[in-house]
Write a protein that binds this ligand. Structure first.
Ligand code: NDP
Ligand code: OXD
Length: 311
């Protein structure tokens, strides 16, 4: 019998209890599942979403792993009280959601949809025709699970794609880069820049004034990674100066984004409320149960976080 603790804000418990039990039963796993961290039994696995009751893992002496319901694990990756493997969420629904969201926003920019939405005034403005995707430079920061799936979708339209990751990639269907020089090359060619990097000490404020200045004038930015990737003051200055034409931001240093934040009122910013890709209880529970099955069978866990690099 594997003993599972669900630690998340209370509204998630009714949404996850049944799907988790079902996913475990599907795999023939016998489990005891609770959301009460005070139960005196030792727990084998802790299912984690930020904002739940567990903030210190020290007392969970028998824990075999912490299984995150989020793909981004910056809130616990550096936690010194966590001494067992931490697995992040990798789930096809989450990935498909991100692909749809990013593709939609890239196409909005590429096709210039806003200009037509704003101009329904009887004037026939056909002077500006968007280029084909093959002539549109799109840069993708982050080529992990989500970035790779997004790249495949955008490549399907024929966009002139470039990608950037920490470790160099073997040559593939589109140009990839790593390191500072590779970043500079990618930025200089990105009319649309998509960020799908994790929040780590190395990515903090990556998009600062210097890096934003490398983008072509009139570039657009889409951030679905984390708010910490962006130096907010530098972005606002680049937008005010017209160097960047527009930004679509799904993630922020403080969430919910405070009502008075400059992004809400900025005419060149679209704010979306961290909805790019949602973790869905049915499929996320399958991913969690699969790791429990593997743990109980003595198999290596999937998607273990590299704590040294923070993702
Ligand atoms: P992965 O861990 O699979 O991929 C991370 C990518 O970032 C990898 O390509 C990695 O490089 C690259 N990377 C990390 N650090 C650096 C660095 N210092 N320099 C250059 N590249 C770096 O993550 P996912 O693709 O699954 O998710 C990415 C992020 O998306 C999550 O961490 C989370 O913050 C965010 N997210 C946002 C959601 C939303 O709704 N807005 C939903 C889900 C996730 P390498 O390939 O070399 O390891
Ligand atoms: C995640 C997220 O990391 O929703 O899963 O941002």
């Amino acid at each position: 019998m594997a003993r599972l603790l669900f630690s998340a804000p209370p509204e998630w418990w009714p949404l996850y209890r049944e799907p988790l039990l079902r996913a475990c039963a599907d795999r023939g796993l016998e489990v005891a599942l609770t959301d009460d961290p005070a139960e005196p039994t030792g727990f084998d696995y802790l299912i984690y979403r930020p904002g739940g009751p567990v903030t210190d893992f020290t007392r969970f002496a028998n824990l075999k792993a912490v299984l995150s319901l989020w793909a981004g694990v910056e809130r616990i990756a550096g936690d010194a009280t966590l001494r067992v493997p931490l697995c992040r969420m990798v789930d096809e629904s989450l990935t498909r959601g991100m692909v749809e969201w990013v593709t939609g926003h890239v196409l909005r920019y590429h096709l210039g949809i806003d200009a037509h939405l704003a101009g329904q005034d009887g004037v026939w403005r056909n002077a500006v025709v968007p280029p084909l995707a093959t002539h549109r430079g799109v840069g993708l920061l982050g080529l992990g699970v989500l970035g790779t799936a997004v790249a495949e979708a955008l490549a399907g339209f024929g966009f002139a794609l470039q990608g950037w990751s920490r470790r160099p990639r073997a040559p593939g269907d589109f140009a990839t880069h790593s390191g500072a020089d590779g970043l500079a090359t990618l930025l200089s060619r990105s009319e649309i820049l998509v960020c799908l990097l994790p929040a780590t000490p190395d990515t903090e404020n990556l998009l600062d004034a210097g890096h934003l200045a490398l983008l072509p004038r009139g570039a657009r930015l889409i951030n679905a990674g984390r708010g910490t990737l962006i130096d907010d003051d530098a972005l606002l200055s680049a937008l005010d100066a017209g160097h960047l034409a527009h930004a679509t931001l799904d993630v922020f240093r403080q969430e919910p984004l405070p009502p008075g934040h400059a992004y809400w009122a900025h005419p060149r910013v679209t704010v979306t409320p961290h909805v790019a890709a949602e973790t869905r209880p049915d499929t996320a529970s399958q991913a969690i149960a699969e790791n429990i099955r593997r743990g109980e069978a003595g198999l290596p866990l999937l998607h273990v976080v590299d704590r040294a690099h923070g993702y």
